[in-house]
Design a protein around this ligand. Structure first.
Ligand SMILES: [Zn+2]
Length: 320
């Protein structure tokens, strides 16, 4: 897969240089004011200075390559961050905090926290990647339900049926969109309703697209807003009609569920969106798109910028 003896996984200074080469291919960039002029940025050197610190002559602030990234202000050496990032980017089904804890030689708690920051880096920036689909393109939409909700919600159907185990909570809802031969985006929603599904569709999918769904009542109204809406009738045993099917998105859901069962058994509902981001990231850079492990790993390091997540924020979510 990749070479664990590579110095970027062993030596913090080499790891920092690797990160610099990815984030600053043309030399240092001041994260405070955007200055890129090499004549107006100088490297701070000396015994009392940490390595990798620069000073901007324009705004007079010091900075290093980790400022503004998910690695900022971490006590974990940068080589362990780079290794953790590469392990998560390369694993097919994800990597548990226990595995990371053993491989990195950090505490379980630190490994858990690192994994969540890395997942945060995996989030797609929808504002720059644009809508899915387009003229003549097919987008499949579907929803899936799994795991236990934590808010005690019981579905209305269950309430009227006392012979069902009364207190059993409802399942978590995930809505997924995938462009045939292209990208996927998945979303954790409180309830999959016509309104929540429409909101996701119109924000993410170009209205010139052809929409494929099953016969669920959630889609016909919104489907009319698209160039075409074609459905397969799963209840009648129909899964494929010509090119009409939702097999691609169902396959995405099954990869996700297998990963969640195998690796992430105790995922808090507040963190589900980050696990979804992780699976979307890997799917959108899958081997069949001719993206190598190395490119995927470098891309993840690149995505680490602009998404800093504080320990307190994740900690609060964990106990919410
Ligand atoms: Zn500056």
């Amino acid at each position: 897969m990749f070479d664990l003896t590579n110095p970027i996984y062993q030596d913090a200074d080499k790891a920092r240089k690797h990160l610099e080469s990815i984030h600053w291919p043309n030399g240092p960039v001041c994260p405070h004011c955007g200055n890129v002029d090499p004549a107006r940025i100088r490297k701070l050197e000396g015994k009392s200075t940490r390595p990798g610190v620069y000073k901007c002559n324009d705004c007079r602030k010091p900075f290093s390559v980790t400022v503004g990234t998910v690695f900022e202000r971490s006590k974990v050496p940068l080589n362990k961050w780079v290794l953790a990032t590469h392990l998560i980017a390369a694993s097919k089904k994800g990597m548990s905090a226990h595995q990371l804890h053993r491989m990195l030689g950090v505490t379980y708690k630190t490994a858990w926290f690192m994994a969540h920051r890395i997942r945060e880096a995996m989030k797609e920036d929808v504002s720059t990647s644009g809508p899915m689909g387009g003229e003549g393109k097919t987008v499949e939409a579907d929803e899936t339900y799994f795991g236990r909700r934590e808010d005690g919600y019981v579905s209305p159907q269950r309430k009227g049926r006392p012979y069902l185990k009364r207190k059993k909570p409802g399942k978590r809802s995930v809505v997924g969109l995938v462009e045939r031969g292209g990208r996927v985006r998945t979303f954790h929603v409180k309830h999959a309703t016509k309104a929540s599904v429409r909101d996701i569709l119109v924000r993410n999918v170009d209205r010139k697209s052809i929409l494929h769904t099953d016969e669920s009542r959630l889609y016909p109204d919104t489907g009319r807003e698209y160039a075409k809406h074609k459905t397969v009738k799963h209840s009648a045993g129909e899964y494929v009609r010509g090119t009409v099917h939702t097999n691609t998105i169902e396959n995405v859901f099954s990869i996700f569920k297998r990963g969640m069962i195998g690796v992430y058994q105790h995922c808090g509902e507040a963190h589900l969106h980050r696990y979804l981001a992780e699976f979307d990231f890997r799917y959108n850079r899958r081997a069949s798109l001719k993206i190598s492990d190395g490119e995927r790993a470098a891309d993840l390091l690149r995505h680490a910028r602009g998404k800093r997540l504080t320990y307190r924020r994740i900690g609060e979510a964990a106990h919410a």
